[in-house]
Write a protein that binds this ligand. Structure first.
Ligand code: SF4
Length: 364
């Protein structure tokens, strides 16, 4: 089992990254990597102070984890990097795809923000495969591989979806991870249907940006209407509520901007109100505006900060494409059974699917 609920384990053939867009500002992977970046630790030299250093490490031994697994798994490939980062050679990426081709019993999910590189690599890969004498029933496209792109707002979604069309045209599964969702996104304009939509808010404490519940709700409705499996990961650091009459009186008027004691930073369709008083940095509210420019709601930090909100309007959405859903369910059952047996024996509970030690090797 894995803390990422839509996979059963991770394989990090490469580690380390370089930010590419506003969605990377509070890169969760970089913050996690920093915790393990000391001498002799898995991310030594790759991260510091919550940011990537720009170096990328290559850990081919990670592929052995999938080769040795005895039960079908759902692997998130390069959760701590971006497989299509420019520094990764075409041959390195090919090695990963060859591994995935050799293990059809597993499902592999790859998420990238470098969709142009992915499209170019897929075309190169297609040519390589056309020159190769594939076995009976084999084709270049791997049905157990789910190529995903991440997008944080409509502009990024549109441009990355355009590049992802190449993958769709070649016949690959294409999924979208809309996390951290920091602006409204509609998937309605895409000519190709996605194979999976995953949505989540941003984590990262006081600096995290809010995801309005309405954005996630609209994506859920659009996905269901189109028959696309929808997975809601978590709400992020904030929760939405309606404005109180007092707040509407206070904020929703023309004088507000001139006279209020807060600093205004309008970003897309929401505005951050943060106290300028020393020692009150935690006092942040996000005001949301409707299309007419009227104040439509407010988000504040969750009251129970340690507890992630995994539901949308109180409902769990954990749909996944059939092969992934099947493998997740089977692994969950095995996990529950193992836990039950350990509890019966009185042994301390232990998570299964722990990371294996990594190998050596750094380039760039
Ligand atoms: S692409 Fe992904 S891993 Fe790389 S910096 Fe951005 S969020 Fe982090």
């Amino acid at each position: 089992m894995n803390s990422i609920r839509w996979c059963t384990d991770t394989i990090n053939v490469t580690r380390g990254c370089v930010p590419v867009s506003e969605g990377c500002a509070l890169c969760y992977a970089a913050r996690q990597a920093t915790r393990f970046a000391g001498p002799g630790l898995p991310f030594e030299g790759l991260a510091a102070g919550g940011f990537w250093t720009g170096r990328v490490g290559y850990f081919p031994d990670q592929m052995d984890k999938a080769r040795k697994a005895r039960t079908p798994q759902v692997y998130f490939v390069d959760s701590m990097s971006d497989l299509f980062i420019e520094v990764n050679s075409s041959d390195l990426i090919l090695e990963v795809f060859e591994m995935m081709r050799a293990l059809p019993q597993h499902q592999f999910v790859i998420l990238t923000k470098r969709v142009d590189r992915m499209a170019a690599w897929l075309s190169w890969y297609q040519r390589q495969m056309e020159q190769r004498d594939l076995g009976f029933g084999e084709c270049a496209v791997l049905p157990n591989v789910w190529l995903g792109f991440s997008a944080e707002n409509q502009e990024r979604f549109d441009s990355r979806m355009r590049a992802a069309h190449t993958a769709k045209e070649l016949g690959w599964h294409v999924i979208a991870s809309l996390e951290p969702l920091i602006g409204a996104i509609s998937i309605a304009s895409t000519p190709y249907d996605l194979d999976w939509v995953i949505v989540g808010g941003e984590s990262g404490g006081l600096d995290a940006r809010p995801m309005h519940t309405a954005w996630a709700r609209d994506l859920m409705v659009e996905s269901i209407e189109r028959g696309i499996p929808f997975f809601f990961k978590q709400q992020g650091e904030y929760e939405a509520r309606e404005l109180t009459p007092e707040e509407r009186f206070q904020y929703d008027n023309d004088d507000f901007r001139e006279t209020n004691p807060y600093k205004l930073n309008r970003i897309a369709s929401w505005t951050t109100l943060s106290s300028t008083e020393p020692g009150e940095r935690g006092k942040v509210k996000h005001l949301f505006f409707d299309e007419g420019g009227n104040v439509a709601g407010v988000m504040e930090r969750r009251k129970h900060k340690s507890r992630q909100v995994l539901t949308l309007d109180g409902i769990t959405h954990e749909d996944a494409p059939a092969p992934i859903a099947f493998a997740l369910r089977a692994e969950n059952l095995r996990y529950a059974k193992a836990q039950g047996m350990k509890a019966k024996r009185g042994a301390p509970a232990k998570r299964i699917g722990k990371s294996t030690p990594i190998g050596e090797g750094v380039f760039a």
